[in-house]
Design a protein around this ligand. Structure first.
Ligand code: N01
Length: 891
């Protein structure tokens, strides 16, 4: 932009005439600065506004003693310009607030950004004008602004939360908020100081307050997990990695789950001994790496309550070893939330501070604050007189940062506050249906605060500026998320919930810290890399979910949902696609078997059960191997006879090992996985007859196997479910054994291939139509296929045992599974169905890989227990019950 234009704009602002720009930005922090830089480079006229007197955003306001970042500064930096990276060197592993502020000032100077920023200026309202297709902004200082696009770079933690305690105004001493710390600092020497709040701000500042105050009283409602930062110079190993290949290092961060290039742990908690787990923990404790502690101990630490409880206990041990007074140590030990579900803190001497004679901890769980008085703070057990109260009570996070700033009125006079009355609704955390040309940088529904913010900010800014540029080139003037896309994103966010334990804590992530705020996990927990790939896919699919309009080009709307798969299924399928495997059917039977054996070696080992025992059982013309899984609980147990998947050609009694272990643990029953014989060596009806014979033998030898005598259950997956279904028909017709119930997971039930699921899911979901053709060809000649022992849907269905039928949306076998369930029901068989949305054929057997299928396996386990006449197992049926499991694991 020419100097003359800048001068014009400045004079417009000064004289109160409306300032016309292409893009207006609120905020001059990390996001706002990069926006101004990129928009300008792309040729847009831009103005940014910030209430503060200078750049910095959150780092301008949060100047309390001890304020630092908690992502290593090597990662918490801009990466868009290698020259900038070379021009700035951080002095510490976790930089202090003054250094970060200096960095942002340096960036502003380097790119001459301040000339397009109006400081000391608040936007007081924003209104969309349909006629001009522009946003009109009223400001607190100088000219109003008219802009085509309006971008909120307001940060996630910029609206401080009120203290919500009676009597604050009566207090005669000094009151300070960590989030609005006076620029000139506060002299606490010799003062009696109270701090309310023990989140990151409290935990960082308390040790420094304690060094100055004559006495410090810490009022703690919820103890938090804190890890020593061990601050110092940036670690040489990571600096060397960066120096070695800066571009690769940064790219790895962009595609990682957290925005930090650290490989996640691959071994599971149950694969490590106590000593190994402790060693890993001690190493990270000594390193002081928060992201490492959150991701690198064991693979299930972030999504499994029991695995997480092991880690939480190691933290509590540390607290007990540092804090001398046992009662104080206990009060400081978090037990009400899993580690990582609330933002853990990085500290310097936090726990040791409570050994100082001038520091007292007041546990508000035992003695709540009743009031703030003229002289101090009163709980229901004591009054503490103080000279200063520091509120480290946090923020109205994510939505407060957008809503609290000013009224935003979109299309048709709709207010954003009304639209968000029951919680934030967004598409990608970036746009809101009904609010054209409005963008939220790192808004609710994007990885934002669950990631390295600098990486997420750059990704959002790049996405927005690239889209605005493409829009301009194509002649479009508006861009708006559709209602369908937005609803789909909400569903995808809900689908992501089981991937982490954030839903189990009452935190600012969920809105629970603000009384009356609607609750739900607000940031996207599906990972930075996956989120980036979704954004890219939106573009490659012609701006899926956006309506674009322009005066000369009309309207374009490619409506739809961007992610219909479960989030982890999407990742698994993406990885399989990247492997570029030849079709399994091209490998030949033995080649395919070898492939499956090799492939299974890389999956997570199954979880421990009481006992695993191999044996053989007789059938008419030979012996079949089996593997028995016994629960750790005292027997005798009910027995489930299990048939593995593999299209009657592949697999064996070990090939569904993790699934069998999981069902054994969840049901508390014995699983006997049968090694029935395969085609082409043994074609139809060998597998079917083996299944029946094995079930009869197992039922007859239940007591020998340590099981309960009486009816057994049968279960199977895919072709194994076909055998289970056939076994139930044969047992009914051949005088037993008695079967109490059948669990059929993605069963093959018919030899017809013209149901819609065969067309819908013909390829791309691992089990393909052509693979099914191949299986059928190897197993069974066309003439035999209508035999109910091959196609149980064609058999008599009355009088079969109760069934639980599981089908997956993205599976060629979906419709025949549903058809079998419906036909059995029509024949009077009690049937329950689980139609698994977003899942594929292998979802339920990929234990500890497809995390979102765990809930379904819990439901299957409860179905088996119902068949056996056993009470329902608590904590199996839905995610809510994770709370119950968490409480059990924590106690
Ligand atoms: O705020 P918080 P914060 N009576 O909400 C307590 C980032 N950050 O400013 O947990 C009594 O975490 C509240 O108790 P409870 C970081 O992402 C980063 O500390 O609601 N107590 C809690 O203990 C962080 O997570 C850094 O029961 C009351 C505390 O106040 C986020 O900002 C540094 C209360 C608030 O903790 C927010 O951190 C600082 C009441 N009425 C912040 N109301 C870095 O290191 C609230 N509390 C980068």
């Amino acid at each position: 932009m020419s100097e003359a234009m800048v001068a014009d704009r400045a004079s417009e602002a000064a004289h109160g005439a409306t300032q016309h720009v292409d893009v207006a930005v609120v905020g001059a922090g990390f996001a706002g600065l990069y926006l101004v830089h990129r928009l300008r480079k792309a040729g847009f006229s831009v103005v940014a506004m910030d209430e503060a007197d200078d750049v910095g955003g959150t780092w301008y306001w949060n100047r309390y003693p001890g304020a630092r970042c908690d992502i290593q500064t090597i990662d918490y930096s801009y990466t868009f310009d290698p020259e900038l990276e070379r021009a700035w060197t951080w002095s510490e592993k976790y930089a202090t607030q003054p250094e970060i502020l200096r960095y942002l000032g340096f960036v502003a100077d380097r790119y001459d950004l301040r000339r397009d920023i109006r400081f000391g200026t608040k936007v007081t309202s924003a209104t969309w004008d349909d006629a001009t297709e522009r946003w009109l902004l009223a400001t607190s200082n100088g000219a109003d602004v008219s802009c085509r696009h309006y971008i909120m770079a307001t940060g996630c933690l910029s609206a401080p939360k009120p203290p919500e305690i009676e009597g604050v105004k009566d207090f005669k001493g000094g009151i300070y908020f960590t989030s609005r710390w006076p620029h000139q600092g506060v002299d606490l020497r010799g003062k009696r100081v109270a701090v309310i709040g023990t989140g990151s701000s409290g935990i960082q500042s308390i040790p420094l307050f304690a060094e100055q105050a004559s006495h410090l009283t810490v009022f703690q409602r919820t103890p938090n997990f804190a890890l020593p930062a061990h601050n110092g110079p940036p670690p040489s190993d990571r600096a060397a990695l960066l120096a070695q290949d800066r571009a690769a290092f940064r790219e790895q961060g962009r595609w990682s789950m957290t925005g930090v290039p650290l490989p996640p742990a691959t071994e599971f908690s149950f694969q490590l001994s106590d000593a190994e787990r402790r060693e890993r923990f001690e190493k990270l404790w000594a390193t002081g790496d928060l992201v490492g502690m959150l991701t690198q101990l064991w693979a299930d630490q972030g999504n499994d309550v029991e695995a997480n409880a092991l880690l939480a206990e190691l933290f509590r041990e540390k607290i007990r070893s540092i804090v001398k007074d046992p009662e104080t140590a206990e009060a400081l030990s978090p037990t009400d939330h899993p580690f990582g579900s609330k933002r853990p803190c990085l500290d310097t001497n936090y726990y040791a501070t409570f050994n100082r004679p001038n520091v007292t901890l007041v546990n508000l769980r035992k003695e709540p604050i009743t009031a703030i008085t003229a002289s101090g703070i009163t709980t229901d057990k004591r009054s503490v007189d103080v000279d200063v109260i520091v509120f480290a009570t946090g923020f109205d996070a994510m939505t407060g940062a957008v809503k609290a700033i000013h009224p935003i009125t979109g299309r048709g006079g709709k207010s954003l506050s009304d639209v968000w009355a029951d919680g934030p609704h967004t598409y990608l955390g970036l746009t809101v249906s009904g609010f054209p040309n409005l963008f939220l940088i790192t808004g609710p529904g994007s990885p934002s605060v669950l990631s390295n913010m600098s990486v997420s900010i750059e990704q959002h800014v790049d996405f927005v500026v690239d889209r605005l540029t493409a829009l301009r080139e194509a002649g479009f003037t508006t861009m708006e998320a559709t209602a369908t896309a937005q609803a789909g994103w909400a569903r995808h966010m809900a689908d992501c919930a089981p991937l982490t334990l954030h839903r189990l804590a009452n935190t600012w992530y969920t809105g629970a810290n603000v009384p009356g705020k609607p609750q739900g996990v607000m940031p996207y927990n599906g990972g930075v890399g996956p989120y980036r790939s979704i954004c890219n896919e939106i573009v490659s699919q012609g701006m899926l979910g956006f309506r674009l309009t322009g005066p000369s080009v009309g309207a374009q709307c490619n409506d739809g949902e961007i992610v219909r798969l479960q989030p982890d299924v999407r990742l698994v399928l993406g990885m399989l696609a990247q492997m570029n495997l030849p079709p399994i059917e091209s490998m030949g039977a033995q080649g395919a078997r070898d492939f499956v054996t090799e492939f299974n070696k890389s999956r997570p080992a199954g979880r421990p059960v009481g006992e695993v025992k191999d044996g053989t059982l007789p059938v008419a013309d030979g012996q079949l191997p089996y593997r028995l899984y016994r629960p750790a609980t005292p027997g005798p147990h009910a027995i489930v006879v299990y048939f593995h998947g593999g299209g009657w050609v592949l697999g064996d009694e070990l090939s569904d090992d993790p699934f069998c272990r999981d069902l054994c643990r969840r049901t508390g029953m014995i699983l006997v996985s049968v090694g029935y014989r395969h085609a082409p060596e043994h074609r139809f009806p060998t597998a079917a007859e083996d299944g029946f014979a094995a079930t009869r033998w197992i039922a007859d030898h239940a007591i020998e196997l340590g099981g309960k005598p009486g009816p057994v259950m049968v279960a199977g997956w895919s072709a194994g479910a076909n055998i289970a279904a056939v076994t139930c028909q044969l047992a009914r017709d051949r005088g037993g054994p008695e079967i109490a119930g059948q669990l059929l997971v993605c069963p093959v039930t018919d030899c017809r291939f013209d149901r819609p699921s065969y067309a819908d899911n013909a390829s791309g979901y691992f089990l393909t139509r052509s693979l099914m053709f191949w299986f059928w060809d190897i197993y069974c000649s066309p003439a035999d296929r209508t035999d109910p022992r091959a196609s149980p849907l064609r058999g008599q269905l009355a009088g079969l045992p109760p069934a639980y039928v599981v089908t997956c949306e993205f599976d060629p076998l979906r419709d025949e599974g549903i058809a079998y369930a419906e036909a059995m029901q029509a024949a009077g068989v009690p049937v329950e169905q689980l139609k698994a949305r977003g899942h594929f054929h292998s979802s339920f057997v990929m234990v500890d890989v497809v995390i979102t299928s765990a809930d379904g396996r819990g439901q299957m386990a409860n179905a088996l227990r119902r068949f056996a006449g056993l009470p329902q197992s608590p904590g199996q049926d839905n995610q809510q019950s994770d709370r119950t499991n968490f409480n059990a694991a924590a106690s």
